[in-house]
Design a binder for this molecule. Structure first.
Ligand code: C2E
Ligand code: CA
Ligand code: CA
Ligand code: CA
Length: 278
């Protein structure tokens, strides 16, 4: 048993160090890609249930290194970027790119808000809101043009500087969504203190609903609480007609998911937008 234990330990350490080496390699590749501008923003429409149209979309980052075999998904590289110091530069790239795109759309008369995902690690650098303000000025944007998506855990952990920064943005008219709502912190009381406008219900709850009683009870509870607090509800990960119908029956304001559109290029968003305006 002892020998077996030792083997297992050996196995554990070797896979752990393998994983660490892998992460360091990815971090180095990310850094190089930042120098070479090898990223892209895709956009996924958020559909207004009442009209069936979209006036906002979520920006989702894609890594496109020249050597495509190096690419991994954001679920993998974002946490790695957060652990290193890369997330600041990566987040700045996203912010700038989103602002450039928002300006390009505005100039064409296309009214689409872009919501960007903001990591807690980015907000810890107090300069984040300064950058947001500076880019807004540089690209002639209004506060309504760029929304922010933050996870619950970011809000819970955040200090008063971040809270004050968010409040100032909210006062200007910035839309602020709580992302992956329901998967993080277990108390809702924090909602009282945060200047939030939207709750995005995590798709894990939608998976089981409406058949699964527990999931549908949670969905309904979240929608009720959100509406009582005057928040708009977004359900993400809507893949089927029956899920869409279920969301409609709950009176949520927005739906987002593969049923309506995958994350697509800015050009493809424009085409969709023009199509729905006809
Ligand atoms: P998220 O913010 O919760 O984004 C939703 C994810 O669900 C996206 O994955 C999206 O492509 C995917 N999705 C959308 N509709 C459906 C659907 O109907 N079914 C299924 N199965 N999935 C759907 P993606 O693009 O791979 O992003 C993963 C995560 O990476 C994001 O989760 C977010 O946490 C992070 N991320 C992506 N872009 C950025 C970014 O620019 N900055 C930061 N900090 N994080 C980002
Ligand atoms: Ca998000
Ligand atoms: Ca989410
Ligand atoms: Ca997520």
């Amino acid at each position: 048993a002892k020998a077996e234990g030792r083997n297992r330990y050996h196995f554990f350490t070797s896979t752990l160090s393998h994983r660490l080496r892998e992460q360091r390699r990815i971090a180095a590749n990310l850094r190089e890609s930042l120098r070479n501008d090898e990223f892209e923003l895709l956009f996924q429409p958020q559909i207004d249930v009442k009209t069936g149209k979209f006036a906002s979309c979520e920006a989702l980052l894609r890594w496109c290194p020249k050597d495509k075999t190096k690419a991994v998904t954001p679920d993998v590289f974002i946490p790695i970027a957060e652990r290193g110091e890369l997330i600041g530069d990566l987040g700045d790239w996203v912010l700038k790119k989103a602002c450039q795109q928002a300006q390009a759309w505005k100039e064409k008369g296309i009214a689409i808000r872009i919501d960007i995902n903001v990591s807690g690690k980015e907000l810890e650098k107090s300069s984040y809101f300064d950058s947001l303000t500076a880019y807004r000025a540089e690209y002639a944007l209004s506060p309504e043009d760029i929304g922010l998506e933050l996870t619950e855990n970011v809000l819970i952990k955040s200090d008063s500087t971040i809270l004050d920064g968010l409040k100032a943005q909210r006062d200007l008219g910035v839309e602020i969504s709580i992302d992956d709502f329901g998967t993080g912190y277990s108390s809702l009381s924090y909602l009282k203190h945060f200047p939030v406008t939207h709750l995005k219900i995590d798709r894990s709850f939608l998976d089981g609903a409406p058949e699964n009683d527990f999931d549908s009870a949670l969905m309904e509870a979240i929608v009720n609480v959100g509406h009582k607090l005057n928040l708009k509800i977004v359900v993400e990960g809507v893949e089927t007609e029956s899920q869409s119908d279920y969301c409609k029956s709950l009176n949520v304001e927005f739906v987002q998911g593969y049923l309506f559109s995958r994350p697509i290029s800015a050009d493809a968003i424009e085409t969709l937008y023009v199509e729905q305006s006809k």
